[in-house]
Write a protein that binds this ligand. Structure first.
Ligand code: DX5
Ligand code: ZN
Length: 229
């Protein structure tokens, strides 16, 4: 994957039909998704429980674009290999998940996958200062992680501006995750973000039988993002 800062929409399958992941992944990709965002939750780091490595392995053959795996788990190091083997293209770990984020990112890179770090709303942008050479992406959380459909936290906008300034011209994506929709995406683009996770804003009103709704929702987010460039 060559790096570019083109606007990317990454629907989160946390908002998909849990009885139909293969069909849902194929549907969002057919309807314009750039990446597929997989929210891994362990019921410890966040108060919810989702996908183990076998589930992610089952998703893999349906993903033709890019499988972006967001690990909301602690500890994270014991599971990096398993999610890499399951087929993740990029693995994001939370800086808050343990004392050794630098080593965690080295371990992700050692698997040959792209490496991302995620910052919860209370974690300062400056905390990535000594990680920049190990990063392919910074994920700025705009909700407290654990669930889809939560309210956007506006302080993510200023934090994105700070992260963008720290990155300079390094090939590092800035991804925003949580409460992204056509009304919140514009200021985030203006602040320097290029990748947008959206769960409820993509899946709402649609289904595998009505995938055109997914397409309309993705286009609405993309249009609002492009308008802010
Ligand atoms: C929250 C997850 C997000 C969530 C986004 O912990 O990391 O990816 O699924 O859902 P929406 O877009 O509905 O806020
Ligand atoms: Zn996520």
């Amino acid at each position: 994957m060559t790096f570019d800062r083109k606007i990317k929409i990454a629907p989160s399958i946390l908002s998909a039909d849990f009885a139909n992941f293969g069909a849902e992944i194929r549907a969002i990709e057919a309807q314009g998704a750039d990446w597929v965002h997989v929210d891994v939750m362990d019921g410890h780091f966040v108060p919810n429980l989702t996908f183990g490595p076998p589930a992610v392995k089952a998703f893999r053959p349906h993903v033709k674009t890019f499988m972006d795996v967001h690990l909301m788990i602690a500890p994270v190091d014991p599971f990096i290999e398993a999610y890499a083997d399951a087929g993740a293209d990029l693995i994001t770990a939370h800086i808050e998940a343990g004392p050794h984020i630098h080593r965690t990112l080295q371990a992700i890179r050692a698997t040959g996958k792209k490496a991302g770090v995620s910052l919860n709303p209370g974690t300062p942008a400056e905390s990535i200062e000594h990680l920049l050479d190990l990063l392919d992406m910074v994920l700025v959380m705009s909700v407290n992680p654990g669930f889809g459909g939560q309210k956007f936290i506006p302080s993510a906008i200023e934090k994105t501006r700070k992260v963008r300034a720290m990155i300079g011209d390094r090939p590092i994506h800035i991804q925003i995750d949580g409460g992204v929709d056509p009304t919140t995406v514009g200021p985030l683009v203006a602040a320097g973000a290029d990748c947008f996770v959206a769960g409820s804003a993509v899946f709402k009103g649609g289904s595998v039988d009505r995938p055109e709704v997914y397409g309309a929702n993705i286009r609405a987010i993309r249009a609002a993002a492009m308008a802010a460039l």
